[in-house]
Design a protein. Structure first.
Length: 154
């Protein structure tokens, strides 16, 4: 096993990675939940979804982020939540890339309006880095279907 593989497979590193990704999504979700109108406007500004679906995404997405983030932090459903967040980060990365290609001068909507920054290459790099982190967590996690329980030996 080479040095990067040793580091990436260390339990403490994986817990720290889970917690960082989880906290980012919990924080982002709370901001979006507390400001649904602004979040809906940010989603609509990307011009990627039909108007009727913007409100559905506005209501559902932050709660998915919150639950998956809490699951990662708590160490439950790690494989599923890291997979979900990895998929969301892929979608977010595509949306940011398309906005950059199309020259849109819009707020990213990543953290509601608390840190309303413009879409840029930095966002794309951050998303790809977290996507890689989600993949590492997913790959290193056992195929659990719920909270881990100590094994009983009779």
């Amino acid at each position: 096993m080479n040095v990067p593989q040793k580091i990436l497979s260390q339990p403490l590193f994986l817990v720290a990675l889970r917690c960082v990704i989880g906290f980012v999504f919990v924080y982002a979700a709370i901001e979006k939940i507390s400001q649904p109108t602004e979040f809906a406007r940010a989603i609509a500004n990307y011009h990627l979804l039909p108007q009727f679906s913007v409100n559905i995404v506005t209501l559902v997405l932050p709660w998915m982020e919150l639950l998956a983030g809490l699951a990662l932090i708590g160490g439950v459903y790690v494989k599923g939540s890291s997979l979900l967040l990895g998929i969301l980060l892929t979608v977010f990365s595509c949306a940011v890339a398309l906005a950059l290609i199309r020259g849109l001068d819009i707020s990213c909507g990543c953290f509601g309006t608390s840190s309303a920054s413009k879409v840029g290459w930095t966002h794309l790099v951050e998303n790809v880095a977290m996507m890689a982190g989600s993949w590492i967590v997913f790959s290193a996690s056992p195929n659990n279907v719920g909270p881990s329980r100590p094994s009983r030996e009779d």
